[in-house]
Design a protein around this ligand. Structure first.
Ligand code: UD1
Ligand code: UDP
Length: 367
């Protein structure tokens, strides 16, 4: 029996890496089918986790449009799936690679397991196109591996059968633990490498499509203007490789002094930089899940989130991207709110998510 694990971007690679190792270490025949939607950012993760892809479609083009990307992925993945005759296909999350992988599984009548199922904002344009992707994938999924109770509830509301939904936690926590177990690099050495060892800094990441252009510009201007008045604070921004993100970052921040604009960090380094941050500002999905595990207050630079657990747990605030709102929340974090939000609380899992997924697949005699 054979499993095809289809993925293609940085966050998917981080979140499927523990599943890949869990299956492989237990003697299951698993093939890593990499779409190559990302290139440099993907290989940073594959190298760290020691994964050699069985296939790499090398699909990435600069400024790739959604329709063309989806079309090319479906055609190329179909060839592999037909050749390999997988018994099961696993996809993770909500990217274009996920949608294409699930669709090709469905067209070839191969059962699809959806890891990180049931996340919803209720608005198909936010995040765009991820909310639609995960809903579409849900429709053609044989088993929904849901991270939290909230995600299970979302799926039940959409009338998916109870016995096809399994609450397992989020593999992002498995990935964090895996790195802590297997990599003993000195966190302090990483901080020195980026010149932040003695600095109080805010870590920011931004890349979402709905934030391209004005929302990102407005947010970064607010952050810059706030920091101009707080000369003990620095800004660290590992910039996504998307040229549209980098253009705005440079435009707004180049003249500001206390900033450290850097290339996307290798995962272990990013964890170290998160660990040293005063707090985090982000529109990333994965970072919203990791920050509570590290006890870092997080300002979410989006209008909606499919991850309400951290907000309910009190470690994150939904801020949006408007100038006044960004400033308002940064000012709020000067007060006692900071202490409250720093209380570590991780609602996303116990590090055993991959094991639960493996057990389900074995129990159901799928492999
Ligand atoms: C994609 C996912 C998004 C996920 C994000 C993670 C979709 C629709 N979007 O975002 O859900 O949160 O990845 O980062 O699937 N680039 C490189 N090298 C890389 C990666 C990207 O040069 O290793 C540049 C290229 O110019 C590329 C651009 O970044 O065209 C954007 O990449 P793309 O996969 O289209 O990213 P997003 O859709 O923004
Ligand atoms: N990350 C990383 N290096 C960076 C920025 C982020 O390794 O410079 C990791 C981060 O820890 C998280 C994941 O990448 O696990 C999030 O990826 P991204 O924000 O690109 O995608 P999203 O989670 O929003 O889909």
């Amino acid at each position: 029996m054979k499993i095809g694990l289809i993925f293609g971007t940085r966050p998917e690679a981080i979140k499927v890496a523990p599943v890949y190792h869990e299956l492989k270490n237990n003697g299951i025949n698993v093939k890593a089918v990499v779409t190559g939607q990302h290139k440099e950012m993907l290989y940073q993760v594959l190298n760290l986790f020691g994964i050699t892809p069985d296939y790499d479609l090398q699909i990435m083009k600069q400024g790739q449009g959604l329709s063309e990307l989806t079309g090319r992925l479906i055609i190329k993945l179909d060839e592999i799936v037909k050749k390999e005759k997988f018994d099961y296909i696993l996809v993770q999350g909500d990217t274009t690679s996920v949608l294409a992988g699930a669709l090709v599984g469905f067209y070839n009548q191969i059962p699809v397991g959806h890891i990180e199922a049931g996340l919803r904002t209720g608005n198909i344009y936010s995040p765009f196109p991820e909310e639609a992707n995960r809903k579409l994938v849900g429709n053609i999924t044989s088993i929904h591996f849901a991270p939290t109770d909230v995600n299970v509830e979302n799926l039940l509301k959409e009338n998916y059968p109870k016995d096809k939904i399994l609450k397992v936690g989020n593999t992002v926590i498995d990935a964090l633990y895996w790195v802590k177990r297997n990599k003993s690099e000195d966190i302090e050495a990483i901080k020195r490498k980026y010149g932040v060892e003695n600095k109080k800094y805010i870590l920011i990441t931004m890349h979402r499509r709905e934030n391209w252009g004005k929302p990102m510009e407005e947010t970064l201007k607010a952050v810059r203007d706030y920091l101009e008045k707080h000369d003990d604070l620095y800004l660290v921004f590992p910039m996504h490789l998307n040229p549209l993100v980098r253009e705005v970052a440079h435009k707004v921040l180049d003249t500001f002094e206390r900033k450290i604009l850097i290339e996307p960090l290798e995962y272990l380094e990013f964890i170290a930089i998160m660990d040293g941050a005063h707090y985090i500002m982000t529109d990333s999905g994965g970072v919203q899940e990791e920050a509570p595990s590290l006890g870092k207050p997080t300002l979410v630079l989006r209008d909606t989130t499919e991850r309400p657990e951290a907000i309910e747990a009190g470690t994150a605030k939904l801020v949006g991207t408007k100038y006044e709102d960004v400033i308002k929340y940064m000012e709020l974090l000067e007060g006692e709110l900071y202490e409250k939000m720093s209380k570590a609380n991780n609602p996303y899992g116990d590090g055993k998510t991959s094991e639960r997924i493996r057990k389900y697949l074995l129990e159901k005699n799928k492999c």
